[in-house]
Write a protein that binds this ligand. Structure first.
Ligand SMILES: C=CC1=C(C)c2cc3[nH]c(cc4nc(cc5[nH]c(cc1n2)c(C)c5CCC(=O)O)C(CCC(=O)O)=C4C)c(C)c3C=C
Ligand SMILES: [Fe+2]
Ligand SMILES: [Fe+2]
Length: 357
């Protein structure tokens, strides 16, 4: 019998992803995305991608796309560009700058722990796109990827949309790494603790607490919640746990929703009218915290720290303080490290045991 081996040239080279590499884990830290520049042109490109996402606007495309292209993308980019210009720094859009920094700091942490786990930042809209980062990690031979969206509360418009982008890449790839997804961390003790620390630190710096704390989350259409989105419940739970950690009685805080878009009913009460009502009812000082945003961005720096501040003061309020997002706080990076540890257990030697302790 002729049992000659296959000719050498018939053996295809191994794809890098197929080569055994111990601990070939990586993290993709995902955020929403932001325009490339504070200009109407960049805003048009960004908003066109963002607002064409069916997870974000759940109106049938046949009705929605003519409105988007015929009205919204003609009017909104110019107005939005002016708002972005008011928060833009030399380093760029705050959302991009903070996300990049968070990825760097988390990467350094993992490196200090002796782990070869790179952390790449990724954006759902704009660059660096989630698909691009997954492709880069796959090409490097990373076999296991944890997708960690920087959205503490699960929402179909944000979290599920990140997963859509990842699975769209999977559908087009011939081979791909194993994937794990973090759904939410709205009640994680490390998250609540980090938020509470940031409020306490603010009180210490001011020498006192304000009369009232407003806990403001990004809104979504009320209909999405009726259809089963757990987002509103998770926001309420985060607020409740934060109030408990701060020992704040219910009469000293309000949970509100900001950033309404379009004429439909969104989650209520709305942030700005609540602040105006508080001022009119005699509340002199307020603090606003936005726990749904992991990184400061247009919605916190402009809509809250500028617009909402002005509305409160014009309605008769005396003191308005905005408490920044967790951004690069050590306790925030601790939380991200804990989330990684909890979700890659079994992927990285030793971490299963650490989990069980
Ligand atoms: C049109 C519907 C929108 C839904 C639903 C929505 C949900 C949602 N968004 C965030 C986080 C962010 N949104 C940001 C900006 C922003 N959001 C919308 C619309 C919806 N968001 C628009 C049109 C914009 C752009 C600005 C504008 O034109 O008003 C941002 C800031 C991005 C930045 O570059 O700084 C964040 C972050 C969450 C968490 C969420 C649902 C829970
Ligand atoms: Fe939004
Ligand atoms: Fe806004």
């Amino acid at each position: 019998m002729n049992a000659s081996p296959l000719p050498h040239q018939a053996l295809a080279p191994l794809h890098p992803a197929a080569q055994p590499a111990p601990r070939s884990v990586a993290i993709v830290l995902c955020n929403l995305g932001t325009p490339d520049a504070p200009t109407p042109k960049a805003l048009r490109r960004y908003l066109a991608q963002f607002l064409s996402d069916r997870r974000v606007v759940e109106i049938p495309p046949l009705f929605w796309l003519p409105i988007l292209h015929g009205i919204i993308l003609r009017v909104r980019p110019r107005k939005a560009a002016a708002k972005y210009a008011s928060v833009w720094s030399e380093a760029g859009s705050p959302l991009a700058v903070w996300t990049q920094r968070q990825a760097e700091l988390l990467g350094q942490r993992l490196q200090q722990a002796g782990l070869d786990i790179p952390v790449l930042p990724a954006m759902r809209y704009g660059q660096p796109a989630i698909e691009r980062q997954l492709q880069a990690l796959h090409a490097q031979g990373r076999q296991r990827v944890l997708l960690l969206p920087l959205y503490p509360q699960y929402c179909a418009a944000t979290t599920a949309s990140v997963f859509d982008a990842a699975t769209l890449w999977l559908q087009r790839a011939r081979s791909f790494p194993e994937l794990r997804l973090v759904n939410d961390y709205h009640d994680h003790p490390g998250y609540i603790g980090a938020l509470a620390d940031s409020v306490r630190q603010h009180w210490q710096q001011q020498g006192k607490a304000a009369e009232h704390l407003v806990i403001s989350f990004h809104g979504i259409p009320a209909r999405n919640v009726q259809l089963g989105d757990p987002y509103a419940d998770q926001c309420q739970r985060t607020a409740q746990l934060l109030a408990q950690a701060l020992q704040l009685p219910p009469e000293r805080l309000s949970v509100t929703f900001q950033s309404r878009f379009g004429p439909a009913q969104w989650l209520q009460p709305y942030t700005e009218p609540t602040l105006q009502a508080l001022a009119k009812a005699g509340t002199r000082s307020v603090e606003v915290i936005c726990p749904g945003f992991a990184s400061d961005c247009l919605e916190t720096l402009e809509e809250i720290s500028m617009e909402a501040r002005e509305a409160f003061l014009e309605a008769g309020g005396q003191e308005f303080a905005y408490i920044p997002c967790l951004n690069d706080r050590t306790s925030h990076i601790d939380l991200l490290e804990q989330l990684v540890q909890q979700h890659v257990a079994g992927w990285v030697d030793g971490w299963v045991d650490m989990q069980q302790k």
